[in-house]
Design a binder for this molecule. Structure first.
Ligand SMILES: Cc1ncc(COP(=O)(O)O)c(C=O)c1O
Length: 463
């Protein structure tokens, strides 16, 4: 019974945590029904080849959480939980006035949070707490704990072809903090504007502006940012998304990569590379990061927001040497460094292979959702052009000419579907066909099909 209920991965972090998580999962998913009697701790420990104390501790934890009951004489049983909760997490609260409560939420910019690797993160955190000496819980290096910078340098070199020695890495509270601190560094060096791709993330442009730097747009075509237009803006710094342009999904072409780094050298400038969803490639070769081409001109930013969850607030910057001291100082002044226990837990996940395993599983899941969403468009709305499908967690859907974005968004919301218009992602004055951005990461395949059918109805109602 034990082996069927609880699998143990001896290379996957603390075994006790795995037993607890495995049993909890068995109750949540119904493999263990209310009233079922669990094997004695001695029997389960023998089945799993672990100490009895470990099983006793797991049972006690789950009794404390309300999943199990323990009565003298009748052993340990599954508690009678009135409403079974979804696997992987507690029930979601619902707020009828919240637009994100629309039943078919295709808002881009998030991961499938129901797939957060709770057991692996718990095991990694337990491992960190069991092994990190007291002294390491103090304020650490503001650039991040050395163990994480070493693990990240290896990971980014292997997966993104980055040129990333540990001393060039600064651990950040997400890409957003990397952008904010680099903007401060630019201002301190006399920059008076920064260029962005047009269209680009509205959140990012707000972030740049709120840090006091005027933003100028440079258009994106099918090869990525137009470098000649960028040069005409007069800016000497630019924020780009080369691996999968946000929101169009275009990859920056090799010619444009060369032009962009040449531009940065010519103007003695800085390229900020936002590698926000680079882990997710489906049917094209991974594109190495821009930083690997010119590590002295490109500051590379990434995070765990898409791979794990946005709320992790854990990311990194690989900073050109000439900017390093300044960025490390700015990070120190911002918050004295990121939370160390999370950093050590992430080291454990990277080193155990748990992060790679999770990414492999998520790639499969997102790829099949991507297939479902593109098939659904072909079936229900064949007249629209769907772009950016070979990577990432969102699509860029060009609407038929004459369709008004805001009318489609409204008609979709009336049918319970939330989508984002592209207009707020453009600088005023940039003309382009109407389009929507759709995130498909967090809906099940069945719900994606229904959402696209309803969106098709919405489009037809306003065409
Ligand atoms: C293009 C882009 N870059 C960066 C971010 C924010 O990243 P982080 O959560 O790492 O701060 C987002 C968030 O959705 C995004 O869409």
């Amino acid at each position: 019974m034990g082996d069927l209920l609880v699998g143990i991965d001896r290379s996957g972090g603390a075994v006790g945590a795995q037993i607890t998580a495995g049993l909890r999962d068995a109750v949540r998913t119904g493999r263990l029904a209310p009233g079922d009697r669990l094997p004695s701790s001695r029997t389960l420990a023998a089945d799993l080849g672990v100490s009895r104390g470990m099983v006793v501790e797991a049972y006690e934890q789950l009794v404390a959480e309300g999943y199990l009951t323990s009565k003298h004489g009748s052993g340990t049983r599954v508690a009678d939980i009135p409403e079974r909760r979804a696997p992987g997490g507690p029930e979601e609260p619902r707020d009828a006035n919240d637009i994100s409560a629309l039943p078919y939420d295709l808002k881009p910019g998030t991961s499938d949070m129901s797939a957060f690797p709770r057991a692996a993160w718990l095991a990694a955190t337990r491992h960190a707490l069991a092994t990190v000496p007291h002294s390491r819980l103090s304020y650490g290096d503001p650039g991040g704990v050395p163990e994480l910078r070493t693990a990240l340098a290896a990971y980014l070199g292997r997966v993104r072809a980055a040129i990333a020695s540990p001393d060039r890495i600064v651990v950040m509270g997400g890409v957003a903090q990397g952008i904010a601190l680099l903007v401060q560094a630019l201002q301190a060096r006399g920059h008076t504007s920064i260029a962005v791709e047009d269209p680009s993330s509205a959140m990012q442009r707000d972030l740049l502006r709120s840090n006091g730097l005027p933003v100028v747009g440079a258009p994106v075509d099918c090869d990525g940012i137009d470098v000649a237009a960028l040069a005409r803006t007069g800016a000497r710094a630019v924020l780009v998304t080369p691996a999968h342009q946000y929101p169009t999904g275009v990859v920056l072409s090799p010619e444009r990569r060369a032009q962009l780094t040449a531009w940065a050298r010519d103007v003695d400038g800085l390229i900020i590379e936002d590698d926000y969803d680079a882990e997710f490639r489906y049917d094209r070769d991974p594109v190495g990061c821009l930083q690997g081409l010119d590590p002295d001109r490109v500051a590379h930013l990434g995070s765990t927001s898409k791979a794990l969850a946005p709320g992790m607030r854990l990311g990194w910057a690989v900073v050109p040497c000439a900017w390093l001291d300044q960025v490390r100082d700015l990070k120190r002044f911002a918050d004295l460094g990121s939370a160390v226990i999370n950093q050590f837990a992430f080291v454990s996940m990277l080193e155990s292979g748990g992060y790679d395993r999770h990414l492999r599983a998520m790639r499969l899941r997102y790829r099949s959702r991507r297939d479902v969403v593109t098939d659904a468009f072909a079936e229900y709305l064949p007249e629209v052009e769907v772009n950016g499908i070979r990577a990432g967690l969102h699509l860029y859907v060009e609407l038929p000419y004459g369709c008004r974005e805001e009318e489609v968004v409204k008609a979709a919301a009336e049918r319970g579907v939330r989508v984002e218009p592209v207009a707020p992602m453009r600088e005023p004055g940039f003309e382009a066909p109407p389009a929507l951005v759709l995130g498909y990461a967090s809906l099940s395949e069945d719900r994606i099909r229904v959402a696209v059918r309803l969106l098709a109805e919405a489009c037809r109602s306003v065409m």
